[in-house]
Design a binder for this molecule. Structure first.
Ligand SMILES: Cc1cc2nc3c(=O)[nH]c(=O)nc-3n(C[C@H](O)[C@H](O)[C@H](O)COP(=O)(O)OP(=O)(O)OC[C@H]3O[C@@H](n4cnc5c(N)ncnc54)[C@H](O)[C@@H]3O)c2cc1C
Length: 319
């Protein structure tokens, strides 16, 4: 079995979702390579060796400078034309999802998406993914090769194994239609503190907060703990907090060491995005809230009383 992992990068660093997938691939397969696409990316490509890639293919081209999907589809199609891989894996991000879908169409190869696990059975890969509103997990396979898979962001933790990768450049045949789009502007949302994908501690707020202003309770606790703020879909849909902070089936999957859920009922669609957190603490005034069925520590009470006291306590302990 030979596996290729699409490695995304930003400002000279390989991104965590890609590295998590690379580490998992190295656990399942002895023959794992990465592919890094961009402009001026040789140095970043070499970093993949430490996470299990024995080889990293690099296309270093001006056409690949901006994060546009179609030139990347050309690059991957060129590489797969000269090198044979059984599996091509992607850690889900907006760009990777576009590239994976484009490659699937280009090669006529099946893409399984939203996978939450990968296992090896009888020498080939089997994916696992949630189905029926995340109420069951199903095994999924492929009837074509290469097997393309898009893995939910945050599913696998990057693990450093300390190896070194051989870096090899390859050439790309760009299609006219692939380079027709140009990027006019790229903007980044300004935020303070760690992002919810990277944070060790997450304090999440739900509809139980009662109003958008009360998110400051959650923000203060997150700040005291050095963590990030997350939210449920109910509150982002209501415009109380940004969509980028939504955790769950249609939001992000997170796995911090500590997840503090404040005024969150624990609906299945929220649970699937945070159930792999190390310790889950729930504060909810309803003793029958579903979140009490899967949290590690539950506090039945009014969050407006409990959260400020908790923040005070954390601050006092820290000082
Ligand atoms: C297809 C689909 C996809 C979805 N995707 C997502 C997703 O990605 N993420 C997500 O989060 N949801 C998702 N949902 C929505 C999900 O089903 C729930 O509706 C949502 O998670 C509920 O959010 P909540 O817990 O903030 O609100 P509620 O369910 O209204 O819960 C509020 C909780 O706060 C408690 N409470 C109220 N006042 C207080 C107080 N003063 N002190 C303490 N506790 C208090 C209540 O007891 C209650 O348990 C999805 C739904 C569908 C159908």
């Amino acid at each position: 079995m030979a596996t290729l992992v699409f490695l995304e990068h930003h400002e000279g660093e390989l991104l965590k979702p890609s590295l998590g997938v690379l580490s998992k691939a190295a656990e399942l397969d002895d023959d794992v390579a990465g592919v890094v696409l961009g402009s001026g990316v040789r140095e970043v490509a070499a970093k993949a060796g430490a996470f299990g890639a024995s080889k990293v293919y690099v296309a270093d081209k001006p056409e690949l400078e901006h994060p546009l999907p179609q030139p990347r589809v050309d690059a991957l199609a060129s590489l797969l034309g000269s090198q044979s891989f059984d599996n091509v894996l992607f850690g889900a991000t907006v760009l990777s999802a576009d590239v994976a879908a484009g490659l699937s169409a280009r090669l006529g190869a099946g893409l399984n998406w939203d996978l939450t696990d990968l296992v090896k059975q009888d020498g080939s890969l089997v994916g696992k993914r949630p189905a029926l509103g995340d109420s069951v997990y199903v095994d999924v396979g492929w009837t074509s090769e290469p097997r393309l898979a898009l893995i939910r962001s945050g599913t696998f933790e990057p693990r450093e194994s300390g190896g070194e990768a051989e870096v090899e450049e390859f050439d790309v045949q760009f299609e006219d239609f692939s380079t027709a789009a140009t990027m006019l502007e790229q903007a980044h949302a300004e935020s303070e503190g760690p992002s919810i994908e990277d944070a060790d501690v997450i304090v999440a707020g739900g509809r139980g907060l009662g109003s958008p202003e009360n998110f400051k309770l959650v923000e203060e606790l997150a700040q005291a703990l050095g963590g990030a703020v997350a939210a449920t879909r109910a509150v982002v849909d209501a415009g109380w907090y940004p969509y980028a902070t939504q955790v769950g089936q249609t939001g992000k999957t997170v796995s911090p060491k500590l997840y503090v859920a404040c005024g969150i009922s624990g609906a299945i669609q929220h649970k699937v995005g945070m159930q792999s957190s190390g310790v889950i603490v729930a504060i909810n005034k309803d003793p029958n809230a579903p979140i009490f069925e899967f949290c590690d520590l539950g506090v039945v009470g009014d969050l407006h009383e409990i959260v400020p006291k908790l923040t005070e306590l954390v601050r006092a302990r820290k000082s």
